[in-house]
Unconditional design. Sequence first.
Length: 633
Amino acid sequence: MSELAYFPEPYPDEDYRNLVIRYCHKTSTPLVECMNKLFNVHTGSPNYFPYNLGFLAGKLPYDEGEFIDSIIEKNTFFPLFSLFIPSGLSEQMISDFYQVDANKDLAILSLRHNIGKEFKFCSRCITEDIKQGKEPYVHRIHQFNNLNICLFHKTKLIEKCPKCNVNLYEENNKNPRLSVSKCKNGHLVDYEECEGVEYANIKIKVLEDIQFLFENYSTLKVFPLYDYYKVYLVRKGYMEYSGKLNNKAFYKDFLKFYSEDYLIELGYNVKQLKNRLALRLFTKDKYSYDPILHILAINFLAGSIEKFFNDPLPNLHSNIPFGNGPWPCLNKVCEYFEEKVVKKCNKYITTNKNLFGNFHCLHCGFQYELKYDEDTPASKSRLYIKDFGSVWKRRLIELYSNGFSKIAIARELNVAKSTVESHLQKVTVGTIKEHDQIGENASRKIPSSLRKLSDEEYKKLKSTIKELCKNNTITRTRISEIVGPKKYRAMLQMDPEWMNEVLPKIKFNFTEKDWKDIDLTLAGEVERQAKELYESNPTRRITKYLILGRLHPSDKKRIIHHPVKLSESMKIINNYVECKEAYQIRIIPHTLKYMKTTGYNTDPERIFRFPTFKGCSDKVKQEIVNYINSCTE
């Protein structure tokens, strides 16, 4: 491998493609030959990223590793992309930078986001390059799509001569032309238009962040990006501890932070961003390869890219779930109610990744659970009672045995009436009798707010009802009439359990419907209504629901909800449903009459274009012609 007699020294932030073009100019070598000579590749122009740099380094008097690393860091776009691509792709790209086997798919070809196809320049940078004794050259920081402003001079970047509109850079296989101080027609490039103020500051901020990543490439190579993302996302509520992302919430807030107009100005399709934006940005090894989109996300999450990369990793677990204890007993009938006597919290995670804490009072047996929520204090969390405990259950039986109603018991135990009922069903009759300390004629202990009968009235009425119930043929309605409706309702309210026990059982005379008989009857009605509908010759097409609409509402509901059981009725409906072609033929006389009265031309071709007949079949067309002919005869 012969050494090169000359290779240009790279300028600060010079795009490596400009290096290749400068070499072509200095050596008067055609571009195709130049690419083959420098990189051993057969292509007409340098790619966005270099490859086979090892071939070039072997022809230069430099250390191969240092030369290639320097080119990658200072003259390519790789430092910007490296943080935001999967580690496997990053390693493959670095391998391609050094050496590429023949006929191998290049990893670098997957990264073309944000880099412009045409070289862009800043007129002031050109002037400064010339003053410093350099050739005007292509700066990396100027080559991003939709960031058409110079970071240092705030002037608008240009690709073409402002006067004659020819490209400042012209490429051909024989002699690429890069003369940006003047265009090929001799016009001086002194264009200094400033970018619009509305988006200039935000674009400058993005460019500053790009420059930060360029300058800090060597220190950010091993930065744990995904770990930092996770912490910020969890703290802001866009990710659960399990790693599940809330894309809808993230996108909504992201779009508030950056307006739609600004994102469009940067070349993004807002509708496409809405589709799984968070998943594409923050799922490990499945990143979006768009570095500018990542920069926008980092600024949104952390406030600035410097803060994100320079500050230590925030503490994700700043709050211990449920605290350090001890925790209170929440059993109202426990002697230690609301006192912190529970000394142990058993935590577990459900299949849905929710964290729960289980608390058990050893004094009363009361056991409850709380669901952990970082933003909700434990005192306001929803309470899940797993076991009321022995003390609570004994109190329940005691109140019930002493004659308290279920409502009064529920109020005393601080639970719902349904909870009292469900627990009483679990208690055996023997257990209740064991705690029953009142006789058959003892007064019920009813709260004063519910008492409507005196003790004497209650005893007398209870005896009367009991005597009446000995008659096996008597009904509840008859008992109510005998004792009086008001007193009957008062007894039901004061002692519902006893009343339901002694009163005659309510009989439900439910019989299974004879669907076959109903179907036959309904089928006849459906057919009658369908025939009447056709006889009325409606202008609308006769559909299933038009037929159903003529039935009684109850019959209509039956057919809609029980089509299988009412199969005969459904069969008749389907037989009478009018197809499109039959409808068009039936409606011909009405349509022609309408067209004549409204002044329409009734020529067949005009009728065929009428909305009702548009796209009709040949059969319908023939029927239209026949009807017109019959009318003229």
